[in-house]
Write a protein that binds this ligand. Structure first.
Ligand code: PMP
Length: 505
C-alpha cells in the first residue's frame, strides 16, 4: 500500500494514514471486502508505532468505512462514495469528517480522553489525570445523605433546578467563599457542571474570532484548548517562581487589549507556582489600569500542605474585575461534575444565559448531595484527611524520584496541589517519551499541550494524588527505566527513525 508520512506537518501521523486509506476506499481502488494489512505489519513497514495504526483504523471504523473483527482483521465495508445505491444495496457511508464545522477542525487530539481511558486500565500506572485519591472519597457519608435526600426531598431533588444553581448550595458556596476571604451573595454565583464549563462559558461570552486572550505559560491545557477552539488568539505570558511575569504582561496588555487574562495563581497547573501576594496586588493594578477582566481559576487553593496561605485574587479585588472559578472535583471527587463561578452580577447573568443553551442546569441531585455534605459539617475533617494523604503521596513521589531519577531529570517541590512539574534530560521529548512509556505501563501528560505556542517538549507533568504509595514507587521505577532507555536510544537512532508521535496513546 502506498502511504507517505510527512513528519513536518502538524497533522498527526495516524490521521495522515487514515486519510490516505480513506481516499483509496472512496476512489474505489480498495473495494468492499478487501482486507487491510495487519496492524503490526503496516506499522513495521511505515516505521511507526502499532498504536498509530490502531488509531488510524479506529478512525476509518468510526466513519463506517471498515470493520474490524477479532481474528479476521480489518476489512473495507463501503461501496465507494458516489456509486449509485442500486436496488437494495446499502447507501455509501457518510464521510463524516467532511461535515464537521471549523470549530471541530480546531479541536486538538483527544489527549485527555485517551489518558483518562488509560488511567482506568489496571496494567497501566497513570500519573496523568489530576484525580484525588479514591480512597479518600467519603462514600458512607454520601450514601447516607443520598438516602435522606431521596426520602425527604426526592421529588425536588430529581426535578429541574435553576440554571444559576440550587439556592441552598449557592448559599453554602457563599460560606465557602467567605472562608476564602470573599464576600459575595448567591446571585453572584453560578453553579457549573465542573469548572471546565466555566472556561467554555468564558470563551462563549467574551471571545469573538481573533480576539486575544492572555494565559500563563505554561497553563492548564484544557483551558488553552477551549480558548483556541473558540477562535481566540491565545498568547502566553511566561511565569517565574513568583507567578506570571508582569513586565511581559504589561507589554501585552498595552499592545493587544485582550478580552481577559486567565490565571491560576495558587498551585498553578502544571508548574505548581503560587503567585506572591505582591504580584497578585500588582496584577490587579494592571488589570484596573488597562481595564481588562481577570479569569481566576482556583481548583487547588484548599490543597496546601505547607507554607503560608496567600489570598485569592478575588479576595483582593476592590473593583469587581475578577471572575473566579473553583470546583469540588479536587477536594471531594470529580464524578458528580459540580463546580462554580463567582462574578459580578451582570457577568453571572450573561454566563447563565449562555449556559442555558448548553445544559440548562447542573445535575440537581448532585447539588443536593454536595450541599448536604457541607451542611452536616463534614467537609473540614474530610479535607484535612485529603491534605494528609496528598502530602504523603507527594513525598513518596519526590523521594522515589530523588533516589532513582537519571542525571538531567529535575522536578519541583510545590507546597500544595496535585502535580510535580518535571524537566527531562537535555534533548528528550516528552511526547515521544509518552509513547515509549505507555508500552512500559506508565503514563503522564507531556509538556507540549500546556504551551499555547507549542514549546514545552522538554517537560512532563506527574500527578501524585491518584495512586497509593506502592504504585507510585512502581510507576517511578518504570518511568526511570523508560527515561534511561530513551537516553541511550536517542543517541543511537537517527532523528528520522524516531516515530513522530502526537501525544496520543
Ligand atoms: N481548571 C483547572 C486548572 C484544572 O486543573 C481542572 C481539572 N484538571 C479544571 C479547571 C476542571 O475541573 P472540573 O471541570 O473537574 O471542575
Amino acid at each position: 500500500m502506498r502511504i507517505t508520512i510527512d513528519r513536518d506537518i502538524s497533522t498527526p501521523v495516524y490521521r495522515q494514514i487514515a486519510d490516505q486509506i480513506r481516499d483509496l476506499i472512496l476512489s474505489g481502488e480498495f473495494g468492499p471486502g478487501r482486507r487491510l494489512p495487519a496492524e503490526r505489519k503496516l506499522a513495521e513497514s511505515l516505521g511507526v508505532n502499532r498504536s498509530t495504526i490502531i488509531n488510524a483504523y479506529g478512525e476509518l471504523q468510526a466513519s463506517g468505512l471498515v470493520e474490524s473483527r477479532f481474528g479476521r482483521g480489518t476489512t473495507v465495508l463501503a461501496a465507494p462514495l458516489g456509486s449509485p445505491p442500486a436496488g437494495d444495496r446499502q447507501a455509501a457511508p457518510l464521510p463524516w469528517r467532511q461535515f464537521f464545522g471549523e470549530t471541530a477542525g480546531r479541536t486538538r487530539e483527544p489527549l485527555l480522553r485517551d489518558l483518562m481511558e488509560l488511567a482506568g486500565r489496571e496494567d497501566i500506572i497513570s500519573f496523568a489525570a489530576g484525580i484525588p485519591a479514591p480512597e479518600t472519597y467519603p462514600l458512607d457519608a454520601f450514601r447516607e445523605i443520598q438516602d435522606q435526600v431521596l426520602r425527604d426531598h426526592g421529588r425536588a431533588a430529581l426535578q429541574h433546578s435553576p440554571t444559576e444553581g440550587h439556592l441552598p448550595l449557592r448559599e453554602t458556596i457563599c460560606q465557602i467563599m467567605h472562608a476564602r476571604g470573599v464576600n459575595c451573595s448567591p446571585d453572584e454565583i453560578l453553579v457549573l457542571s465542573g469548572s471546565q464549563q466555566g472556561l467554555d462559558l468564558a470563551a462563549r461570552v467574551f471571545v469573538d474570532q481573533g480576539d486575544v486572550v492572555l494565559v500563563e505559560e505554561p497553563s492548564f491545557f484544557c483551558a488553552v484548548q477551549v480558548f483556541q477552539t473558540s477562535g481566540a488568539r491565545v498568547i502566553g505570558v511566561p511565569l517565574d517562581e513568583g507567578g506570571v511575569r508582569l513586565d511581559v504582561l504589561e507589554t501585552l496588555l498595552s499592545r493587544y487589549q485582550p478580552k481577559f487574562v486567565y490565571t491560576l495563581p495558587t498551585f498553578q497547573n502544571p508548574s505548581g507556582v503560587t503567585m506572591s501576594l505582591e504580584r497578585r496586588l500588582a496584577l490587579l493594578e494592571l488589570a484596573y489600569r488597562y481595564q481588562v477582566p481577570v479569569l481566576e481559576d482556583d481548583p487547588y487553593g484548599e490543597l496546601r500542605y505547607e507554607g503560608k496561605f496567600v489570598p485569592a485574587l478575588k479576595a483582593l479585588d476592590r473593583n469587581g474585575y475578577v471572575i473566579y472559578l473553583s470546583t469540588f472535583s479536587k477536594v471531594l471527587f470529580p464524578g458528580l461534575r459540580v463546580g462554580w463561578m463567582v462574578a459580578p452580577r451582570p457577568v453571572a447573568r450573561q454566563f447563565a444565559l449562555a449556559r442555558q443553551l448548553v445544559d440548562l442546569h447542573s445535575n440537581t441531585l448532585a447539588q443536593w448531595l454536595i450541599d448536604g455534605f457541607f451542611r452536616r459539617g463534614l467537609f473540614d475533617v474530610h479535607i484535612a484527611g485529603v491534605r494528609r494523604e496528598n502530602e504523603r503521596r507527594r513525598n513518596t513521589m519526590q523521594l522515589a524520584l530523588g533516589r532513582k531519577a537519571p542525571p538531567g531529570f529535575r522536578f519541583n517541590r510545590p507546597e500544595g496541589g496535585l502535580y510535580l512539574w518535571c524537566t527531562l534530560p537535555s534533548g528528550m521529548n516528552g511526547s515521544r517519551l509518552l509513547a515509549h512509556a505507555t508500552e512500559h505501563g506508565v503514563t503522564f501528560v507531556p509538556g507540549e499541550p500546556f504551551y499555547a505556542g507549542g514549546q514545552g517538549q522538554d517537560h512532563i507533568r506527574l500527578n501524585y494524588s491518584y495512586l497509593p504509595p506502592d504504585r507510585i514507587e512502581e510507576g517511578v521505577a518504570r518511568l526511570v527505566t523508560v527515561i534511561r532507555e530513551s537516553t541511550s536510544h536517542g543517541r543511537e537512532m537517527p532523528a528520522g527513525v524516531v516515530p513522530g508521535m502526537m501525544p496520543i496513546v
